[in-house]
Design a protein around this ligand. Structure first.
Ligand SMILES: *Cc1c(COP(=O)(O)O)cnc(C)c1O
Length: 434
């Protein structure tokens, strides 16, 4: 597969180049040059395939010219010792649980695949790389876990001070070894800007083999399509069209769903569900994309004012607003509505959700109220509720169960370096310390 830049279509890269460069030199985003289709036979008996078999098939369809099938199979086996089960919540609605990976958030699907793919290429080239990643909370943990002790790779994670939960912070500040954490006195957008600037700085890029692990990396995007296919496999027997509600921030997750759709997955509609950082739902209303500074909410992994994957999202529809609208509906909710939804789900079903998942639930509910159609609803649960334990317990007014592996983390002391959000300090730190 050849990848092209969204800004300059003849600026192309191989898979290996796209994965290690992360961003094209013109600061666009890499996109596959064409969208290959999954076969009819595959969709016809997809319900008989395991998550890993589905992942192998999708990878083969997209990257079969770049990696031999045996290596794809090994890579998928190394990446995934967890799955994405659907759980029924109401007679018509299901939750797709994406929190069974090592950091208990959906970003494990992308991070594990990317780590396996990078180490596959590094083993052959004997290179050393330095990964820079900005996190609004869950990326950091997933990347830290994904790359921990992977030979040839150093990881530096930037996160906004005081804006991630205690468990999230512990997940990225307690591993050590090849994983460094920078605590930035600023917002997630500041962290993301610093990383982007580093990639455009010729002094840094000539000294280090920099790579990114953000959702802008194509190696994160591709594997996030696997669970849309897997959800379809699990729900196909119901024989109804599927509507996916995706709780969104940087819009990597939803873009991956649209990639799956463009590859041939039958999907009736996608719902872009956000908190009040609503630049995409507003774009869907009026056709104007107007990024805003990010605003803090209780679903903090979605506090993104200028979603980097917006360009991909629209490119999958040839940048045609009417085409986007024909497949994607947008809704946004404030914190009060989110808390109410968390209580409502728990009250009705005894099922505990994190605030991000509650936003997805609300999106699906709004869509159902507006569309009297017969469909199966799937809302994506992007994190385990215990990752946001204080907020969840306070909202529900009861204590919830914490999985043992999260419990253990809390007793380990954090190690981070504090930094102002300016590029000069960041560059100096990278140049001196590494
Ligand atoms: C990252 C994250 C999101 C947002 O996903 P995007 O791909 O950035 O839209 C939603 N929920 C949780 C829990 C996350 O960690």
């Amino acid at each position: 597969m050849i990848f092209y830049s969204t800004r300059t279509s003849d600026l192309t890269a191989s898979l290996e180049e796209a994965v290690f460069r992360s961003l094209p030199p013109d600061n666009g985003l890499y996109m596959p040059e064409y969208i290959p289709q999954v076969s009819k036979e595959f969709l016809n008996d997809i319900e008989n395939r395991s998550f890993k078999e589905i992942a192998v098939e999708i990878t083969k369809t997209l990257l079969g010219d770049d990696i031999p099938l045996e290596d794809i199979t090994e890579l998928i086996n190394n990446a995934y010792d967890f799955e994405a089960p659907v759980v029924q919540i109401t007679p018509e609605d299901y939750v797709l649980e994406l929190f069974h990976g090592p950091s208990m958030a959906f970003k494990d699907f992308g991070a594990r695949f990317m780590a396996a793919l990078m180490s596959y290429f590094l083993l052959r080239s004997q290179k050393q790389i330095h990964i820079l990643v900005a996190t609004s909370g869950d990326t950091g943990g997933a990347v830290a876990q994904g790359f921990y002790k992977v030979p040839g790779i150093t990881v530096t994670i930037l996160y906004p001070e005081g804006k991630v939960s205690e468990i999230q912070e512990k997940q990225l500040t307690t591993l050590g070894y090849n994983v460094n954490a920078l605590e930035i006195d600023g917002t997630f957008d500041d962290c993301q800007r610093l990383v982007k600037e580093a990639f455009l700085d010729s002094e840094l890029t000539s000294r280090f083999n920099l790579a990114s692990a953000n959702s802008i990396n194509i190696a994160r995007l591709i594997p996030q399509s696997f669970y849309f296919f897997s959800a379809y496999a699990q729900l196909k027997k119901l024989g109804k069209p599927l509507v996916f509600s995706v709780p969104s921030g940087n819009f990597g997750n939803l873009s991956a769903g649209i990639l799956a759709y463009r590859m041939g997955l039958p999907v009736e509609r996608f719902i872009a569900a956000t908190n009040i950082n609503n630049s995409v739902p507003r774009y869907l209303e009026n056709g104007i994309f107007k990024p805003e500074p990010s605003v803090e909410t209780i679903s903090n992994a979605m506090d993104v004012g200028n979603p980097s994957n917006f360009v991909r999202l629209t490119r999958f529809f040839d940048d045609d607003w009417n085409l986007v609208k024909s497949k994607v509906s947008g809704y946004y909710f404030n914190d009060e509505q989110t808390r109410k939804a968390m209580r409502e789900i728990f009250g009705n079903t005894n099922y505990v959700v994190c605030p991000h998942t509650a936003v997805a639930y609300l999106g699906l509910k709004s869509y159902r109220q507006e569309n009297n159609k017969n469909f199966t609803g799937v809302f994506l649960s992007t994190a385990h509720p215990a990752k946001f334990i204080d907020l969840v317990e306070e909202t529900l007014g009861k204590s919830i169960e914490v999985p043992e592996r999260l419990q253990k983390l809390l007793s380990i002391e954090k190690k981070s370096t504090k930094m102002k959000p300016d590029f000069t300090s960041f560059k100096k730190l990278l140049m001196n310390n590494l």
